[in-house]
Design a protein around this ligand. Structure first.
Ligand code: NAD
Length: 442
């Protein structure tokens, strides 16, 4: 099948590459000229495990191409996928200007008598498919009626395991009432669901809401556990025990029960906020999600009181090492990363910061520039630091060389926002160790 993917960020590049991998002819479009140039030359623009190999293979086989020219990409495409940003607008609701802007262009490019399926993969509020359809008709005119369908196909891939998620999705959700579009989509996804995972067809509003409901539910689980962790600290209980105790109940499940310094990324914060705003528009106050956001805001700075107390509320002149900048491991994405909130608070308190992340250094330097120092590796950040703060649970931080940590740090002090280490080990090694929802080792 001939496919145009509009937007080559985390979703678009993975989507385009994976559809090319199953034999489709894919052209990816982006307005960012330098991104298109780099991708066309075989230079991957994001870090995503397993992606580069597929990307290079399909580029070489000429099943995957990149352009800034929307018209060239859409001309022969049966499928036009929208993988465009939907950032929060000023009031927190999803900004649809990217999507509707492209929809307006599509209206001019779809020819009467064509048949194209416009698939919305971006996360968008209920009613967006209808808006996209209207926008296409507005610029295309009555003549293009019947020449296209607009389908909602929310994307559930997780950064860090996006290729695996895309190639073997738990489910594919499709919102459409068009039998013709349904047949095309069935063929498109058949190679990805051979093991029997469902392609769930539904109406468009339900598909659009499913994505927000999924992300909001997961964010709720995280904030709930973060509040349980706070209670653990106050009652002298251990959140790891509580987590295992409840997680073995199959109704609850083991996943998304890890407390920490809050969720971040380009999806959960904006999607929870956007659902609250959508609810307001239909006169509903989504109380649980308001609390989820409030808890998360506070949680990002959960370690600060303990850090401040350790230094007798005198952080001025202290040097703090930070391990982890990406919002989660296995990605270079720093959008809404909790590490940045910690860094900001530490700098405001007068501390200096030296940070390291296995993949997110480039993106961080572009944002923070010389406001902080950067370590060449995880141990180099520790040199002469007064304490180590762990903000992202990268695998390489899980079993570090504690002797190296001890010899580089000025004091054997760790504030762990991701509960990476065993409390008994930390006691034996003689660290002052603060984590989330567990006893402080001192
Ligand atoms: P992104 O910011 O990484 O990528 C968006 C891309 O679109 C950028 O490369 C940008 O240059 C390009 N773009 C902007 N305007 C354009 C235009 N007019 N024409 C062509 N290209 C244009 O965004 P993302 O993380 O890939 O997210 C895209 C959508 O998918 C969002 O709605 C997001 O909520 C949703 N989503 C993201 C994830 C994720 O893990 N990142 C997962 C599921 C769903």
């Amino acid at each position: 099948m001939k496919i145009a993917v509009i937007g080559t960020g985390y979703v678009g590049l993975v989507t385009g590459t994976c559809f090319a991998e199953t034999g489709n002819e894919v052209i990816c479009v982006d307005i960012d000229k330098s991104k298109v140039e780099r991708l066309s030359k075989g230079e991957i623009t994001i870090y995503e495990p397993g992606l580069e190999k597929l990307f290079l293979r399909n580029l070489k086989e000429e099943r995957l191409r990149f352009t800034t020219n929307l018209s060239e990409a859409v001309k022969d495409a049966l499928l036009v996928l929208l993988a465009l940003p939907t950032p929060p607008g000023e009031d927190g609701s999803a900004d649809l200007s990217y999507i509707l802007g492209v929809a307006a262009e599509l209206g001019k490019l779809i020819k009467p008598g064509d048949y194209k399926v416009v698939i919305d993969k971006s996360t968008v509020p209920v009613g967006t498919s209808a808006k996209v359809k209207n926008k296409i008709l507005e610029t295309g005119g009555k003549a293009v009626e019947g020449s296209f369908d607009v389908v909602s196909n929310p994307e559930f891939l997780r950064e860090g395991i996006a290729v695996e998620d895309f190639m073997k999705p738990d489910r594919v959700v499709i919102g459409t009432d068009s039998a013709r579009a349904r047949k095309v989509i069935d063929d498109l996804y058949a190679p990805f669901v051979r093991q029997g995972n469902p392609v769930i067809f539904m109406d468009e509003p339900s598909a659009e809401l499913t994505k927000y409901a999924a992300n909001s539910f997961l964010a709720t689980k995280i904030s709930f556990m973060n509040e349980i962790a706070i209670l653990c600290e106050r009652f002298g209980a251990d959140v790891d025990m509580v987590r295992r105790g409840i997680g073995s109940d199959s109704r609850i499940g083991k996943r998304f029960l890890f407390p920490g310094i809050g969720y971040g990324g380009s999806c959960f914060p904006k999607d929870v906020q956007a659902l609250v705003k959508s609810a307001n528009e239909v006169d509903y106050d989504f109380q649980i999600l308001n609390a989820v956001m409030k808890v998360n805001e506070a949680q990002k700075l959960h370690l600060m009181p303990a850090i401040s107390k350790y230094f007798n509320h005198q952080l001025k002149g202290m040097r703090i090492a930070i391990w982890g900048l990406a919002f989660k491991p296995n990605t270079d994405d720093i959008r809404e990363a909790p590490a940045f909130y910690m860094i900001d608070a530490l700098l405001k308190a007068g501390a200096t910061v030296c940070a390291f992340d296995p993949e997110a250094m480039h993106n961080t330097k572009a944002v923070l520039k010389d406001k902080i120092e950067y370590g060449e590796n995880q141990y180099a950040t520790l040199k002469d630091a007064d304490a180590l703060v762990i903000a992202t649970e990268w695998n390489e931080f899980r079993t570090p060389d504690f002797n190296k940590i001890a010899s580089n740090l000025k004091n054997k002090v760790i504030f762990d926002g991701r509960n990476l280490f065993d409390l008994t080990d930390m006691k034996e090694l003689g660290f002052y160790y603060v984590s989330v929802g567990r006893e402080t080792v001192n």
